[in-house]
Design a protein around this ligand. Sequence first.
Ligand code: HEM
Length: 443
Amino acid sequence: MNMNPVSSLPLPPGNLGLPFIGKNKIFRKNYQYSMKEIHQKYGSLYKTRILGKKFIYFQGYEAVKFVLTNENKYFAPCYIFKNSQRIFGQTDITWLAGQEHRDRQKLLTKTLKNKVLDNYIHTIHNLSNSYFLKWIKSDFVDLYFEINNYTLDLVLKLLLGIDSASESEIDNYLKEMRSGLNTIPLAFPWTKLGRGLKSKDKLFNQFEQIIVKRQKESDFGSDVLGILLTVQEEIDSKLTVREIAEQMVNLLSLGRKELSSALSSFLILTSEHLDVLKSLQIEQEKLDSSEPLSLAKLKKMVYLEQVIKEVLRLAPPVSGGLREVIQDCSFQGFRIPKGWNVTYQVSSVLEDPEIYKEPEIFNPERFNAANAEDKKKPLCYIPFGGGARECIGKEFAYLVIKIFISTLLDNCSWKFKENQDLTINKFPVARPANKIEVCFTNG
Ligand code: HEM
């Protein structure tokens, strides 16, 4: 007799393709289009094979909510690339589960939320201004390239106090590390994994030297590392130097590209909506220009926050989350087998017409107090994920985007080169499909 009713249920619809090859070509096509097509054709669940692993896509509000609310019960973190842990380490928050995950989340949250954000305002404001000054001096700048340098400089200054990171070797180390992720697991000097591991050593050495030096100082400092070291003393939780370095690399890799994505998408999407830009300008002009930037002043930029929300809804930097099934379960009559992987698809919720009226239209007013479409249902606004593993950098990200854009509005005008293709590719992290050139001018 079958004691387990789940095992008698059918698997979701879909096609596993050939072992080891599967349906990877889906990622080479237009990702967003493929996901929509699959959702319409097969419904909330679809099985496929990616890089040799069995996967189920979860799409639509109910399906995504099922994944986000069953963390630790049915789902746990996992990796898709076989060399991930060798390259990025295994002790950062993304690998932890259960109580260990909650403890790390509590610790890191203290460095990225609430009052400590005050510490970061000055640095974000100054660095933004220095980039704008540089951009004004050029005719046209390559938007994504420049923003990506800005976010590297910013994130490393705020994490570890490193200056001008974009002029150092750090970005090359990160590129080498990433290119070693999905390759044959042989580490020789001439293989991609070998080069990735060599870069990893160099990056970790640099970070560890900073951490060790800082631990010996009487004042730990007011960047993320400084706050982390202070909080660790207070709560008597000790991460090793290697664990702190791994955590910093993790924050860098989870924060930097997402910020580059959000900032470039903001400028691209608003360039097509001049009425929105005008309203943003009017909001800035109403604020007291003699009042220095503060959390209180940023809170007054209500319309700017609505526009950011709309940008993140239509061009979510992270297309989805990845999990491993840790216990057999079922959803809508289909079996979700232990050992398989699942992904939840962010846009399938953010473009759901039941939640967002005319979802394809760029309309920041959907987030004003009266409409508040993001509050219609729990977990219906998920550019930052949701549930137990919601992004811990959310407030920090809003802070950076708000300061960058408001400072830009206060000091510059900008114009996109004519007849450019402004398409945003949405996978794996949203970014312009092509080089986009923008001319910044004073005032
Ligand atoms: C607009 C910017 C950002 C977006 C849209 C974003 C989005 C997300 C999403 C969707 C997740 C959940 C992934 C999942 O469910 O597996 C996530 C997790 C995470 N994010 Fe962000 N993120 C942003 C910026 C940042 C920044 C600036 C930091 C840190 C400096 C950061 C740190 C993290 C960390 C550590 C996690 C893992 C949380 C955990 O596993 O418990 N993010 N982010």
